[in-house]
Design a protein around this ligand. Structure first.
Ligand code: CA
Length: 506
């Protein structure tokens, strides 16, 4: 007899997920009766679990039962002991390589983007004004708002003007070893594909992050940099910003979209506000779209170290070579050390919202999180805000924090991000459009005009992972081509560029 009211992911699993709130006494099949009320997306035991028995979901051990747990019990974080964290010693590579021929074929093989003579093509044509220090941002925001109204309409082929607001630049230990991360983030943001190679950097004049740290000698010229302390008062400052912006806009306005192969596209995947459905519906669908993109030659990045850390052996097995595996070990070891220095427990990652959404611990979250990387081989591993030198599936080892992972991937040159959510977040990025995919239809009903795609039909058998994967794939190409705007762009819901700075603030 099949189970009712619940979803069992792997036949080996001894727990299943409640498809909706289950009240005590509900029969779910096979003689199992819910012993207590069980909230939607939480786990129910499918058999009696002796103390110490492994609790299996995705066919993977999430932890062991803390005490005897009868069939029909609600399983949550208080019922489980965590398994040991996978060691970084002797991680395999190349042992789980799915040939490209077995990846699903992309239904479209071209898109309309802005070709660059460096890196991938742009999904937008924007003037990006990047600062070397947060002190200038008040001026820049006012200038950009005014220029959007008075200047931008004169340049119909330019999509937008953006002031890139980040917290770095001064009052920082600029020579600390870990300062390389925020510095390369700013350097790579200046050279983002959506800015079309037009450089406009605004500094204050006394900050530690000097122009030479983020620009080459050829780029560090008066035509590209503007120092606020050089100008006498407000009006002169604004006029200088306008004058430089106009010159850049003239050049950007000559660009237009052209038909390009998928190999010119670089996108990122992220999840946030996850629940127990994220790993069944939204993330595997995004993974399917990722597989189609990778097969078509595109570059897809996935991240969020604290989520995949407990499945790192599964990631390394998909690395195509020793170089990728070694870089994975190096980056993950660095992050382990970073967390240890902060005296942080690895179980600190699942948020209260994750737990309320049925994710008991970091192992369960890891398995769901990894699902968004699909099944393609991992061609390269990069550190936070580094640029990939290869195409295909890239593991970018960044924090999982939504507002830090996003800017890190943008610095790594993504032109678009797909964001999976269970609990809902209005998150968005100004530089790269964000497509929001939710894990449950309830979420879509609740935020009907803020979530772009619902993967919830998968949980109720009305759609397959392939169906939703195709829907996500088409939306990616439509948004990247400028044919559609995701809700976050329609409303202008955009987070700041909270770039990752693990180095000391002084
Ligand atoms: Ca995240």
């Amino acid at each position: 007899m099949s189970l009712q009211h619940v979803y069992q992911i792997n036949m080996r699993d001894n727990v299943a997920i409640a498809l909706s709130d289950i009240s005590a006494g509900t029969k779910i099949g096979n003689g199992i009766v819910a012993l207590t009320d069980i909230p939607q997306s939480h786990k129910i035991a499918l058999c009696d679990l002796p103390k110490g028995a492994p609790v299996l979901r995705y066919g993977v051990c999430l932890g062991t039962a803390k005490s005897f747990t009868p069939a029909g019990s609600w399983i949550n974080e208080s019922s489980l002991d965590l398994p040991d964290r996978p060691s970084l010693d002797a991680l395999p590579y190349g042992t789980n390589i799915r040939p490209y021929s077995l990846l699903p074929d992309p239904p479209r093989t071209s898109w309309m983007g802005y070709k660059n003579n460096f890196g991938p093509a742009g999904t937008k044509n924007m003037l990006g004004i990047v600062t070397t220090v947060q002190c200038t941002v008040g001026v820049l925001k006012v200038a950009v708002e005014q220029m959007k109204r008075s200047l931008l309409p004169q340049y119909p082929h330019v999509d937008d003007i953006v002031a890139v607001s980040h917290p770095y630049g001064c009052g920082v230990a600029i020579n600390a070893p870990d300062a390389v991360i925020p510095i390369r983030a700013i350097k790579n943001l200046i050279h983002h594909p959506n800015f079309g190679g037009q450089i406009m950097v605004v500094g204050l004049g006394c900050e530690k992050l000097t122009y030479d740290k983020v620009l080459t000698d050829e780029e560090n010229i008066p035509e590209n940099v503007l120092t606020l302390q050089d100008y006498e008062g407000h009006d002169a400052m604004m006029q200088a910003i306008y004058a430089m912006a106009k010159k850049k806009l003239e050049i950007l306005n000559q660009r237009c979209r052209q038909e390009l192969p998928l190999s010119e596209l670089r996108i990122g995947m992220q999840c946030g506000g996850s629940d127990a459905f994220s790993g069944i519906t939204a993330n595997p669908s995004a993974g399917y779209a990722s597989d189609m993109l990778v097969k078509g030659g595109a570059t897809v990045m996935f991240s969020e170290i604290t989520e995949f850390r407990d499945g790192v052996h599964l990631i390394s097995a998909r690395c195509i070579d020793r170089e990728a595996r070694d870089k994975l070990v190096q980056e993950v070891a660095w992050y382990d050390h970073y967390l240890e220095a902060g005296q942080v427990d690895r179980d600190a990652n699942p948020s209260p919202g994750n737990k309320a959404g049925g994710l008991s611990n970091i192992v369960e979250k890891a398995m769901g999180s990894i699902a968004k990387s699909g099944s393609a081989p991992i061609t390269q591993v990069i550190g936070p805000a580094e640029l990939p030198s290869k195409k295909g599936l890239i593991c970018a080892v960044t924090p999982a924090s939504d507002i830090v992972c996003g800017p890190s991937q943008v610095a790594s040159g993504i032109g678009l991000q797909v964001f999976m959510t269970g609990r809902g977040t209005p998150y968005g990025l100004e530089i790269a459009p964000v497509i929001k995919v939710c894990s449950r239809n309830d979420m879509k009903k609740h935020w009907f005009d803020m979530i772009d795609i619902s993967a919830g039909d998968i949980a109720i058998g009305k759609a397959t992972i392939q169906d939703i994967g195709n829907e996500i794939f088409h939306m990616i190409l439509d948004v990247a081509s400028g044919l559609k705007k995701p809700y976050s762009d329609q409303y202008g819901f955009h987070n700041d560029m909270c770039i990752f700075n693990p180095a000391p603030i002084t």
